[in-house]
Write a protein that binds this ligand. Structure first.
Ligand code: FAD
Length: 430
């Protein structure tokens, strides 16, 4: 008998709490065989969930929710190619150490490491750095279980069309059970954070990208200085963990309540947070240095723009928000991501600037996001699939040269649209 845990009354919620549903059945397969069985016996709209860190309702369903969190760990590795095959439900924070023991590291990572590997690929999750692509661009092969229970191997040599479609597929083509990832030899990183004038950073950003393996900055709407974060390869001595950690989450929660609740406090709190930011420095294995704590909850919108448009777009966003009376606290995050050739990756075919807007959950994010989103459109932006946006397939299709290729694969693998919920119908079906 197959052991498949089935929970029928559990509510599902994403990380920020903006999406909630109660699936009729919540299945947690422990093996690929159980995953096949789960898909063959599934009812209603079938959705697959990783760590629920997407802000868009990609995983919401009142039918069957398949949680792949038990499909975790390392499957195998190839030392010569510096590749590893990993169970798709493995959280990134459980990938770093096993790879380190094999002498490998992930090429790049984003702000946090709680996402699952398949969830990160599902939306083209990314970090920052010249020539460094998103997680989907590191995928060298995968195993996909379709909604009818067929197991398909896809890579550059077999099922190549499925491979190009699945590497960023929002869980709309089936459930990925294993992913083979291209890695690099294990490396240490040295992190520096400092405050600098916005204009200096914008004018010199191209050069800074050449100088640092990773660079990003955080720009408060009502301040003219930014927090810059760089990460570089290092063989310096590993820094010990600090004895006392700042209660960042509490500071952000209190600052947000003040900024949003008390008239005139928004700009003051932004300047205060900027002054609290001293010069920080940390050295350690890459997988320990990449992630930062993100425990104060927020909602987020992010667009990926042709790289050349990034700076002008940011300047216009700042001007628009500064002219408005909106209260904000969180800074805008500005990153750089390399082009890839994954059909539905927002980075497909273009080196990109990535701009993210955040609003603490104590405030309604819609006025801010509605104000800024048209600016992103004017600069040719493609939305991050996992972050809030208002586009539907009609607007999205012209942004993706391989839109129809993806649609053909989706139609072939799931002709009855069983893996589509309301949100996916809106964004994928024209
Ligand atoms: C605090 C925070 C920080 C973040 N930082 C970044 C960042 O630095 N960079 C960035 O780009 N994004 C970032 N994000 C967004 C996040 O990385 C993405 O939304 C990511 O997709 C979430 O991964 P997950 O494992 O939680 O997947 P989920 O949100 O659970 O799912 C994401 C998509 O993947 C699909 N999926 C999951 N598992 C499978 C599977 N086995 N097979 C097929 N499809 C599957 C789901 O159906 C869904 O469509 C952040 C989000 C939060 C909340």
């Amino acid at each position: 008998m197959l052991l498949l845990s089935k929970d029928t009354k559990k509510q599902w919620s994403n990380w920020s709490g903006i999406n909630k549903t109660t699936p009729a059945s919540w299945l947690t397969p422990q093996t690929e065989e159980q995953l096949v069985s789960a898909l063959c016996h599934s009812q209603g709209p079938v959705r697959v969930v990783g760590s629920s860190h997407s802000f868009t309702p990609l995983c919401a369903t009142d039918g069957t929710l398949i949680d792949v969190g038990h499909l975790q760990g390392l499957v195998s590795h190839d030392a010569d190619l510096c590749q590893a095959t990993i169970w798709a439900g493995t959280q990134l924070r459980h990938v770093g150490q096993p790879l380190w023991r094999l002498g490998q590291s992930l090429i790049n990572q984003g702000d946090v490491d709680v996402q699952t590997l398949a969830g990160a690929c599902g939306t083209s999750t990314h970090g920052t750095g010249l020539g460094l692509g998103s997680f989907s661009s590191f995928v060298r092969g995968l195993r996909l279980v379709t909604v009818s229970g067929e197991v398909i191997e896809a890579n550059d040599n077999e099922n190549t069309d499925i491979f190009k479609a699945v590497a960023t597929s929002l869980g709309a083509l089936g459930v990925i059970s294993q992913i083979t990832v291209q890695n690099v030899p294990a490396y240490h990183l040295s992190q520096h954070e400092y405050v600098a004038p916005l204009d200096d950073i914008l004018d010199g950003f191209d050069q800074l990208c050449q100088q640092h393996r990773h660079i990003e900055f955080f720009s408060f709407f009502r301040a003219n200085e930014v927090i810059v974060k760089t990460l570089d390869l290092s063989d310096a001595k590993i820094t010990p963990s600090p004895l006392i950690e700042l209660p960042v989450s509490s500071i952000l929660n209190v600052s947000s309540w003040l900024a949003h609740g008390v008239p005139g406090m928004s700009a003051k709190m932004q300047k205060l947070l900027l002054t609290c930011q001293g010069q920080t420095h940390k050295v350690g294995p890459a997988y320990e240095v990449f992630p930062s704590p993100r425990s104060a909850r927020f909602n987020e919108m992010e667009y990926e723009l042709p790289y050349a448009n990034g700076v002008d777009c940011l300047r216009e966003i700042r001007a628009v928000v500064r002219k408005s009376r909106l209260r904000t606290l969180y800074p805008v995050e500005f990153r750089r991501v390399a082009a890839d050739d994954v059909w539905l990756s927002p980075f497909q075919g273009r080196d990109s600037a990535s701009i993210s807007i955040h609003q603490h959950v104590c405030a309604d994010h819609r006025p801010l996001f509605d104000l800024i989103e048209p600016v992103f459109w004017r600069y040719g932006g493609r939305p991050h699939w996992g972050k809030l946006h208002s586009l539907s397939a009609k607007e999205l299709a012209p942004l993706y040269p391989h839109w129809q290729d993806f649609a053909n694969v989706r139609q072939r693998l799931d002709p009855h649209g069983r893996m589509l919920n309301e949100h996916l119908r809106k964004v994928l079906l024209a």
